[in-house]
Structure formats: structure tokens, C-alpha cells
Write a protein that binds this ligand. Structure first.
Ligand SMILES: Cc1ncc(COP(=O)(O)O)c(C=O)c1O
Length: 526
């Protein structure tokens, strides 16, 4: 008998010590080098060598949200070098106003300690490491947060605690507000990073508050109570409610009445409210956005202010995720105090603080930037959703964020999450777009996808749109062909039937047993 062919290289499982131990491979049939065996032992014993946190997979990188990024990384689109590559539409980056930032930097060489004009501050800045942060940095951030919210509310620089991005801010707050095993309620769909940021190292749990497309994914009091009761039934102590306003992935924001309802809910239950307002500056209808800070200012007695905490960062509104400027703004003195101490683990570098302080304390620049950024985002958002609507692809109505929530339910073979994943794989491998499936945001209804639109240039947008349009066109042609085939088959079947019936009739009439009394109609009537 000829030997079996070798497995394809990507399926080949290298024999490990584990295989030998489990008798999967007879020890005599292979020879392992000493180095190989040592490596395998180390690998197989990883769980014994490292901590539970290190090996509990809590980073969440096995989610399709991150898989899509990997698909992009292996075949990234480039106009010239890889025009058929994957376009990254799974990254909520705001790259539409870098020209304004670059212009400001060019005009302000003194803001950097690495230029001849700013270098005389180098020593002082390089030595500074107080976890309170540079006073001018905190003032500039408070000023920026206020201007982003239309100057309708003020922020106290002394309540500003810095952290490594909003990622660090969320974890710090989770450490401050809850113990291992306790939980936060989170309306769905929600940002997948929360599963990592709030849960991984703290041991805190997240409990979904199920929101549905039938009411545009609005959070209702019933859904909140339901999630709260379920947690109680499972003996899980709820310590807070976490909302993202404006929402990632929906691109919508809460109206004042809903915010008041949420505040009423947490106050009654005596739990915390964490408001992630990281997308506050992306709201295109600026006067309509309501920050939780405004609710507290307008209705000061609505709740115990000690329960309210805001998470903010410059990653989205300014488009600086690499600067890792995250903010906790708490109305609770103790939380401010503890969070500040904890911030030692994730301070913003003083060099960044120094630069950001210069930039964000210049009101003309800030106001112009916010206005221009809003306009450009609105333009991109409207153009994208309008073009898709023209080919029959709908999306949830939204006015904020760096993304929209695309409705592809009608493209699923079945309304299941398996179908959603199958279709998502088609989108990545055939349409060559990395959009994020709703299931990775804990959406309870299959067929929704988040599409990011602000991390690319206009030319890439056009390519992405063309790809979607031609996919829809091809699908339609396929549908038409299938319908035509079904119609032809049906027609043939009917013709055959008629033919059969007429020949049958003829046979019947010719046959001696034919009698009108044998007609089934007549029999039934009798
Ligand atoms: C809602 C939300 N919160 C927090 C983060 C993390 O932001 P940062 O880059 O500031 O850590 C993100 C990033 O996408 C986000 O969408």
C-alpha cells in the first residue's frame, strides 16, 4: 500500500511531548530534539508557571472583533501596492482633521520640548512625575471638555484624574467601585473592549442590558430592571451601570429624559453610574448632545452626585489614541483621591501633558477644531449612509461616533449568529472589507455590523463603496437568476402537469371505468 500523503502544511500538527504522553504518537516513531522537548514542556506547563490572570484569556483577543483586524493585517489595502487588499473599517479612529493639528504644531514649535524653541523646558518637564499631573494640563483638559459640550457646563480641574487612555480609566474605576465577582450592567450592543478593560484584571463581571432594534436599541427601564433582577437571582451584586454616550457601536446618543431615567434608576438602587463620553465631540448635531454633567447641573437634586463618574479621553475627539490621554472625572471625592493614587500605574507622560496643555488651552484653535471635525465627520457619515441607502442597505439613524450601525439582516441565510459569522467571513474574504459583526458587540439580534468611516481617506471610501455596491449588484443578479430558474422550473412543471392531466383526461374518458359519478368532487359533495 502506498504511504498516505503528507497533510497540507497549514494543517500539520507538530508532534509535541503532549502527543507522546497521551499516546497519540508512538514514541518510537519520532525523534524529538532535546530543545524541542524542552520547549514543549515549557509550553504545556505554561498554566503552572504563570498566574491565573496571565493565562485566563481575559484579554478577549479571540473575538471576531479582533480577528477582523488580523485579517486586515495579513492583507492590508493600499491604493498602489495592494489595491485588492482588505480595507480596514473596523477601527474607530478619527483621522479627518490631522491637517489642522499639523498646522498648529508647525505654528507652535515651543509646545514641544524637543525643538530649539521649546527645549529650555526640557529638564523641568523630563523630571516632573507627580500623579496629580501638570496643573496647566488639567486646566486645559477641563476647558476642552467644557467646550466640546458647547460650554454649557464647567469641569473642575481638581476632579480630573489622568489614566492610560479611556482603557485605563475604565479599569481604574472598576477597581475603585467594585470587588471581584461584583458586576456592572451594560446596555447592548456595547464596545467589545469593555470585556477586557473592566473584567480582565479586576475580576468584575458585566451583565448585559438587552436593547432591541424594534425601538432603535433604546435603553428602557424594564430592560434595566430585568437585568438587575437576573443578577440578583444569580446572587451577583450589581455595583453600577456603565453607559457609553454617544454609543459605540450605534452612533446614537441619549436624550435628556432617558438620562434622567437612568440617573433615577441608579439612585434608587444606590449603585454607580459610569458615563463613557469619549465620543462627545463627534456629535454632528452639537446642540442636542446632553452630557451627564449637564443633567447634574440642571437637576442638582436628582441623585447623590457621589454616584456619578465620567470617563473621557482624547483618543476619539482629537484623534490621538497613541497619546494615551485618558480621564476620570468623578463627582465623588474619595474616588478622585483613590483613582489618582492608582493612576501611578498609567500616567500620561509629562511630555504629552505639556504639549496637550499648550494646544487645548488655545480657545480659537479648540473651537475651530471641534467645529471643523464635526462638519467633516457629518459629511463623511452622510455620504456613506446615503450611498448605501441607494443600493438598499439601511443603517440605524445616527448623529455621532466614527461609525454607523449597518443593517444587513436581509443578507443572512437565516436569522442566526452562525449565519452572521458566515456572512461576515464572506465580507472579509470576498468583499475585502473588515467591518465588525454585531455579535462581537453582544448585540442580541443577528445581522447588524459596525462600519467605521473616519480612519481612511476619500479615495479609500470610494473603493469601499464600489465594493459594497458591486456585491449588492451581484447578489441581486444571482437572486434574479435564481428566481428566473425557479419560475422556469415552475412553468415546466405546470406544463408537464397540464400535459399529464390532459392525456390522463383523455385516457380516463377512453377508459371504461370513467363515470362522472367517480369524480372526487362529486364524492365530496355527497
Ligand atoms: C466606548 C469606548 N471606550 C473606551 C475606548 C478606549 O479608548 P482609549 O483609546 O482612550 O483607551 C474606546 C475605543 O474604541 C471606546 O470606543
Amino acid at each position: 500500500m502506498p504511504p498516505p500523503p503528507p497533510p497540507p502544511s497549514h494543517l500539520y500538527i507538530y508532534p509535541t511531548t503532549l502527543h507522546i504522553v497521551l499516546n497519540l504518537i508512538p514514541i518510537t516513531s519520532i525523534s524529538l530534539s532535546k530543545h524541542q522537548i524542552e520547549m514543549d514542556i515549557a509550553l504545556n506547563n505554561t498554566h503552572k508557571f504563570l498566574s491565573k490572570i496571565a493565562t485566563n484569556d481575559g484579554h478577549g483577543e479571540n473575538s471576531p472583533y479582533f480577528d477582523g483586524w488580523k485579517a486586515y493585517d495579513t492583507d492590508p489595502f493600499h491604493h498602489e501596492t495592494n489595491p485588492s487588499g482588505v480595507i480596514q473599517m473596523g477601527l474607530a479612529e478619527n483621522q479627518l482633521c490631522f491637517d489642522l493639528i499639523q498646522e498648529w504644531i508647525g505654528n507652535h514649535p515651543e509646545a514641544s520640548i524637543c525643538t530649539p524653541q521649546g527645549g529650555f523646558d526640557f529638564k523641568e518637564i523630563a523630571l516632573f512625575q507627580d500623579y496629580h499631573g501638570l496643573p496647566e494640563f488639567r486646566s486645559a483638559i477641563a476647558n476642552f471638555m467644557s467646550r466640546v459640550r458647547g460650554s454649557r457646563v464647567e469641569f473642575d480641574p481638581d476632579r480630573i484624574v489622568m489614566s492610560g487612555g479611556a482603557t485605563g480609566a475604565h479599569e481604574t474605576l472598576a477597581f475603585c467601585l467594585a470587588n471581584r465577582g461584583e458586576a456592572f450592567l451594560v446596555p447592548t450592543p456595547y464596545y467589545p473592549g469593555f470585556d477586557r478593560d473592566l473584567k480582565w484584571r479586576t475580576g468584575v463581571e458585566l451583565i448585559p442590558v438587552v436593547c432591541e432594534s424594534s425601538n432603535n436599541f433604546k435603553v428602557t427601564l424594564e430592560a434595566l430592571e430585568d437585568a438587575y433582577d437576573k443578577a440578583k437571582e444569580s446572587n451577583i451584586k450589581v455595583k453600577g451601570l456603565l453607559i457609553t454616550n454617544p454609543s459605540n457601536p450605534l452612533g446614537t446618543f441619549y436624550d435628556k429624559e432617558t438620562l434622567k431615567t437612568l440617573v433615577g434608576f441608579i439612585n434608587e438602587k444606590n449603585i454607580h453610574l459610569v458615563c463613557d463620553e469619549i465620543y462627545a465631540g463627534t456629535v454632528t448635531r452639537e446642540n442636542e448632545f446632553v452630557s451627564i454633567a449637564e443633567v447634574l447641573e440642571e437637576f442638582p437634586t436628582i441623585c447623590d452626585h457621589n454616584l456619578i463618574h465620567i470617563v473621557y479621553s482624547l483618543s476619539k475627539d482629537m484623534g490621538f489614541p497613541g497619546f494615551r490621554v485618558g480621564i476620570i472625572y468623578s463627582y465623588n471625592d474619595m474616588v478622585v483621591n483613590i483613582a489618582r493614587k492608582m493612576s501611578s500605574f498609567g500616567l500620561v507622560s509629562t511630555q504629552t501633558q505639556h504639549m496637550v496643555a499648550s494646544m487645548l488651552s488655545e480657545n480659537d484653535f479648540v473651537d475651530n477644531f471641534i467645529k471643523e471635525s464635526r462638519n467633516r465627520l457629518a459629511h463623511r457619515h452622510n455620504m456613506f449612509t446615503r450611498e448605501l441607502a441607494q443600493v438598499g442597505i439601511g443603517s440605524l439613524e445616527s448623529n455621532a461616533g466614527l461609525f454607523f450601525w449597518m443593517d444587513l439582516r436581509r443578507f443572512l441565510k437565516e436569522p442566526t449568529f452562525e449565519s452572521e459569522m458566515t456572512f461576515w467571513r464572506t465580507i472579509i474574504s470576498e468583499i475585502k472589507l473588515n467591518v465588525s459583526p454585531g455579535s462581537s458587540f453582544h448585540c442580541n439580534e443577528p445581522g447588524w455590523f459596525r462600519v467605521c468611516f473616519a480612519n481612511m481617506d476619500d479615495a479609500t471610501v470610494m473603493v469601499a463603496l464600489e465594493r459594497i455596491k458591486s456585491f449588492v449588484h451581484e447578489t441581486r443578479m444571482l437572486e434574479i437568476k435564481t428566481m428566473a430558474k425557479i419560475k422556469t422550473k415552475k412553468q415546466c412543471w405546470q406544463n408537464n402537469l397540464q400535459l399529464k392531466l390532459s392525456s390522463r383526461r383523455l385516457e380516463d374518458i377512453m377508459s371504461p371505468q370513467y363515470s362522472p359519478l367517480n369524480s372526487p368532487m362529486l364524492r365530496a359533495q355527497n
